[in-house]
Structure formats: C-alpha cells, structure tokens
Design a protein around this ligand. Structure first.
Ligand SMILES: [Fe+2]
Ligand SMILES: [Fe+2]
Length: 242
C-alpha cells in the first residue's frame, strides 16, 4: 500500500505524529480507515455504474474507458494497501501481539486470491472496451465477478478490523507506529499515490482531509488542488451514473 493509504498523509514525515493532536485515543489510523471505507464503497459502485449504463443503453466504449480509468485509480490504492499491510503493518502488529501470526498468514493468502479477482475484473473491462466476446455474456460474468469480489472483500476487511486493527490502534506503541509510518513514507515516491488521492478523499470528513493533506509539500499540494482534484472531478462527472 502506499504510505498514504496505509495510515497517514503524504510526505516523508507525518505532520501529526501518533499521540499528538489526535481526536481518538490510540494511534491515528485515518488513512487506513479511509481506505477500508473506500473499498466498501467503490466495488459495488462499479457494478451499479456498469449495470445502470447497460440498462439505459449507454455502456459504449467511452463509458467503459472512463470506468476503467476510475477503477484503475482504485486498484492502485488497493494494491498499495495490501502490499503495505503485508510488508509493514502486520509485522508491527505481530511484534506487539505474536498470537496473531496465523491471522496475518491468512490475510496475506487472502490478498493473493483477491488479486486474482482484480485481474478478472480488469479482463472483463478490457473485453467490454474492445468489443471482445458476446457482450451480454461478458457483462454478466463481470457483474458476477464484482459481486463475488465485494463479498470476499467484506469478509477480509471484517477479519482485519476484528483482529489486527485493535492491536494497531491500542497496543502498538506510538514510537513503533511512527517508525512504521516513516518507513512506509521513505519507500514511496509521492507521485505513486498523490494522483489517486482525490478518490480516497472524495467523501472524507473535513478533519480527515486536513490530516491527509497536511504533510504534503507545498508545490505538490498546489498541483493536487490545481490539477489532480479537478481532473478527478471531471472524470467522475463523465462516468455512467451510480
Ligand atoms: Fe488487507
Ligand atoms: Fe486493510
């Protein structure tokens, strides 16, 4: 996962170190929570946008390409989230709670199988965009794949939130949490994830948005506001209705 979608805002150093100026007790999991909220929203939304456009006869190549661009922003966030969980977040949780080793292994295996569904959805969108295969068959298969992916992802997020998240928030020390965030941030070019942030922050509460954008370097923040966010709004406005 990108540093952003893991747990914090962009920038090499968290602007709000864990334990300081944080509304909820424990470590600040704003980015993590936003990402889980996004996952729960976007997957069924893709299905609704596809089905709605098909029902109104507007699922043309341009509509599919717009949805594909939007979905690829989401999968960039999701890929980064899964990768960072496996490489950084779970190890920190396990250091605090070794009894969760089996759960971490299960989650890692689920990440791999979820990737197979992502590839299947990408392929379905590609077939729709290129007119490959019987359109009705491709669309029906794609919608079924999206629904299955959504159900699996709900189970996956629920397992994380019942087991790993409480430890991450309450038991991992503020120092260990800060070190994890710094390690995550140092391993990423902000341009890997800043262009996707308008999607992540689309429905964020004002305080979460402020937190996530707070550490962004001024020149990147300017570009975010002048380029990435308006570009995202234009993209969404042209998508088939949800
Ligand atoms: Fe996960
Ligand atoms: Fe997660």
């Amino acid at each position: 996962m990108s540093a952003t979608t893991a747990t914090t805002q962009p920038g090499s150093t968290p602007a709000h170190p864990a334990g300081a100026s944080i509304p909820a007790p424990g470590n600040n999991l704003t980015g993590f929570t936003l990402t889980h909220d996004l996952i729960r929203r976007v997957i069924p939304e893709l299905g609704r946008r596809l089905a709605g456009a098909a029902a109104t006869g507007t699922l043309d190549t341009a509509a599919v390409r717009g949805l594909t661009t939007w979905w690829q922003m989401f999968t960039t966030i999701l890929d980064g989230h899964h990768t960072s969980e496996d490489s950084h977040v779970w190890p920190v949780v396990l250091a605090a709670e070794p009894g969760l080793t089996g759960v971490a292994r299960t989650l890692e295996e689920q990440h791999a199988s979820l990737d197979d569904h992502l590839a299947g959805i990408d392929e379905g969108l590609r077939q729709l965009a290129t007119g490959q295969g019987e359109r009705e068959v491709v669309l029906t298969g794609l919608l079924a794949r999206i629904a299955e992916f959504d159900a699996l992802m709900h189970d996956h997020l629920g397992l994380e939130e019942r087991t790993m998240v409480p430890v991450l928030r309450e038991k991992v020390t503020a120092g260990a949490y800060r070190a994890m965030l710094a390690s995550l941030a140092s391993g990423h070019d902000p341009m890997d994830f800043v262009p996707t942030m308008p999607l992540l922050l689309e429905r964020a509460a004002p305080e979460a948005r402020t937190f996530m954008l707070g550490g962004m370097p001024p020149e990147l923040r300017s570009r975010y506001e002048a380029e990435f966010e308006p570009g995202y709004r234009t993209l969404v406005a042209a998508l088939p209705a949800a």
